[in-house]
Design a protein around this ligand. Sequence first.
Ligand SMILES: [Zn+2]
Length: 348
Amino acid sequence: MKVKETGVSYYGISYPEHAEKDFKEMISHNCNAVILALSEFDIDFWFPNIIKVAKVAKDLGLKVYLDTWGIGKWFGGEPPSIFLTNNPGNRQVSAVTNEQLPAVCFNTKAFQDYFYGICEKLATEVEADGFFWDEPHYALPKSYASITGGAGDDWSCRCPVCQKDFEQQYGYEMPRVLTKEVIAFRENNALEILEVASRIIKNIRPDSKITCCVHATINNYYVKENRGYDDWNKVCKVDAFDVFSTTIISYKLPRSYFKSITQQTVDVARKYGKGSQRWLMNYYQEPDKIEEIKEIAHLYADMGVESLFAWTYRGGHGTVLAAPHALEMWDMLGEAYGEVLSKEYKIK
Ligand SMILES: [Zn+2]
């Protein structure tokens, strides 16, 4: 198996002529793809230039994927949500405390209409190769169970809309504990909105490649994080998804963990005939030796991963989440990509 794709995420997109320089730098770092991380503000305010920036990247030979970054605080990412600002309702609600949480309930019609509208607009007007579903999750996931386990009490969403839907489906009041039915209900709804959005996109742009990227967590018999996308078989079964992806892993974790997550990613992707993608951390944290990025890239390549992506361009240089040696990390990533990317996929 060969690595066919190497890329980074790119945010803060404003001017196509500036982005062009950055894209050329990505190509010189052996990238052949870019994920444009688009916040709600970007989509709302910078839309004309998103179209142009995507075109510049395409013209240079990069594959372009659109990331609905942090939208509704349902997807992963730092950007604030315009929808949440404008809609005091439609929020996820904690099951135990009944508090409204700073994340939209994606089971509400108002948010679904908003999200489908964004997907339709992007698919219609932006010439991209696909979409990237970036760490979708229910709120509260981290309080639940760390990698070392630990029981969690609270979960979401138990808002009036979810409660009503649950009762209609199951015929009794939505419990405050995570029964099997509640887990299934949450997972089904979490996938349904992405499935519908993916179909909307493919109806407009049939060749769009849809990547679903979930948290790289071992959800085993004993520990499950209950983000709603924890059953990888169930996620991979969705027809509208083309690539199954698992997100970055902390460099503080043992390499055996990297291997285990990657094996599971590749296995489940193959089982359902999907492409596989693994992520490298290129911001915030560094391995003990920066060269270790190469070892990890080779590990992923040797295990049969087809697409490698890193968060983010220039190691997050200039942001509060920059890697301590951000530019060195970026250069090392470029070298690593140069070693693993198959020659025929390299942009000349
Ligand atoms: Zn809800």
